[in-house]
Design a protein around this ligand. Structure first.
Ligand code: GLY
Ligand code: MN
Ligand code: MN
Length: 437
């Protein structure tokens, strides 16, 4: 394995938390993702479904988890099904998990082959009144493909029409939002790898490079450090491209005097990090660039301090909007008049800062969480304000990842990654001076 997996005890705890929230006489099933085809015989690299990974650590296709806390036979309280391996598969694809390895990795004692799933499920369903189904209820989810989980749900509803169904997602959205210490350590590893990539980029970035060359430097540093790559499609946006919020082409030549907005995060063992820095291609900010930069940095630092147990995300966003409004007034981008006459549902600051400030971060980059419920210790959030000024040809966003603490200020997992304008300039200029020697 490229990454150091977490101890089985973490997954035992996660399953216990899930089972404690299940109704009596009910069973839950979680499926892996498919391996998605491209065309001919090519496929995309496998990406495990984050829910079964959260509950088992099993990072292999065709794995199924079944939880049945009230199973008459205690050995069926937790059952893992894995793809049967054989000598032919071993030669062509390499080792798959053996039953022994699967037990050690997941902490589940009862392991069967996936081919036995239907028979075992039919047997256990005789003792269950309801089944928990894992539909995708992420508010931003939007896709046309039918997943392996979708197919299972369709099948199970037909096969067992007399059983009641329950939703797994409300439980998972609450559980996955609050991270175990070991999980935070894994996110921190991902953040450290991202930081190594960023330091490298500060050294090599020059006007005249293409945005994809910057992307390549990150990929190199990530892969060398045991990450399987980017946690999400990276954004390397020079000059005016920074004002395209979801710019991912990364194919423009970086010009002299331009800023480069870099929104890049490494994954580590399926855990995400999510960083944004905006840096001057020539190694020095102009006075106007620095003025806007420092405004964004102040908003980020002040916003982060609000991330304490008790506040809700809508309350937090309202407050951050007030901080941003102050800065935009100071920068001369908004007038007192505009602010006084603003529509509270569409405040004036949105002209220059049109996205949210924070999202949960974890196994998914836009991780699970219920925004209307108060923030708790152990939740991990990004803080990522930005000011986008198309009329001045640049945009700035800064983003760090924070862990909410039981008391006091949140812990910045990216505190060691340069962000002060002076420090960024000093590192860039030192690298250039060395090159000049
Ligand atoms: N990179 C995705 C985000 O910042 O939300
Ligand atoms: Mn980001
Ligand atoms: Mn983000």
């Amino acid at each position: 394995m490229r990454y150091q997996p977490l101890p089985a005890d973490v997954y035992r705890r996660n399953r216990r938390k899930f089972m404690e929230r299940m109704k009596p006489a009910s069973l839950a099933v979680f499926n892996s993702n498919d391996i998605y085809p491209i065309s001919a015989d090519s496929t995309l690299p496998f990406q495990q479904h984050r829910d079964i990974f959260y509950l088992t650590g099993a990072d292999q296709e065709e794995t199924i988890l079944l939880l049945f806390p009230d199973a008459p036979d205690p050995k069926h309280r937790e059952v893992l099904f894995i793809r049967e391996t054989n000598d032919h598969i071993k030669i062509w694809e390499g080792e798959k998990l053996t039953k022994e390895q699967a037990r050690a990795l997941t902490g589940i004692d009862t392991v069967y082959w996936t081919s036995e799933f239907e028979r075992v499920l039919r047997d256990l369903m005789r003792h269950a009144d309801r089944i928990y189904l894992n539909t995708n209820e992420h508010p931003r989810a939007s896709h046309e493909v039918e997943t392996r989980e979708d197919r299972f749900i369709k099948w199970v509803k037909q096969a067992f029409p007399a059983h009641k169904t329950e939703r797994s997602q409300p439980i998972l959205h609450r559980l996955r939002a609050v991270k175990e210490p070991e999980e935070i350590a894994q996110i921190k590893r991902a953040c450290d790898i991202t930081g190594a990539g960023f330091r490298r980029v500060l050294e090599v970035l020059r006007p005249g490079m293409y945005e994809y060359e910057v992307e390549a430097e990150f990929a190199r540093e990530f892969l060398r450090r045991g990450s399987r790559g980017f946690a999400y499609t990276p954004i390397i946006a020079s000059g005016p491209n920074a004002n395209i919020l979801h710019y991912i082409q990364n194919d423009r030549k970086i010009g002299e005097g331009e800023l480069v907005l870099i929104d890049v995060g490494a994954e580590y063992g399926n855990w995400s990090s999510d960083l944004t820095r905006t840096v001057p291609a020539s190694g020095k900010f102009t006075p106007r660039q620095k003025e806007v930069y420092n405004a964004v940095l102040r908003v980020k630092n002040k916003a982060a301090k609000l991330l304490k147990p008790g506040i809700t995300i809508p309350e937090y966003h309202k407050k951050v909007g007030e901080y941003m409004t102050e800065e935009l007034l100071r920068l001369g981008l908004l007038t007192e008049e505009e602010v006084k006459n603003q529509d509270p549902d569409k405040p004036a600051y949105k002209k220059y800062f049109m996205h949210g400030t924070s999202h949960h971060l974890g196994l998914d980059t836009h991780d699970y969480g219920i925004p209307e419920e108060p923030i708790q210790a152990g939740m991990v959030f990004t803080v990522e304000p930005g000011i986008y000024i198309p009329e001045e040809g640049f945009g700035i966003r800064l983003e760090d990842d924070y862990v909410v603490q039981p008391e006091g200020e949140p812990l910045n997992l990216m505190a060691h990654i340069p962000i002060e304008a002076d420090e960024i300039e000093a590192i860039m200029q030192e690298a250039r001076a060395k090159e000049g020697k």
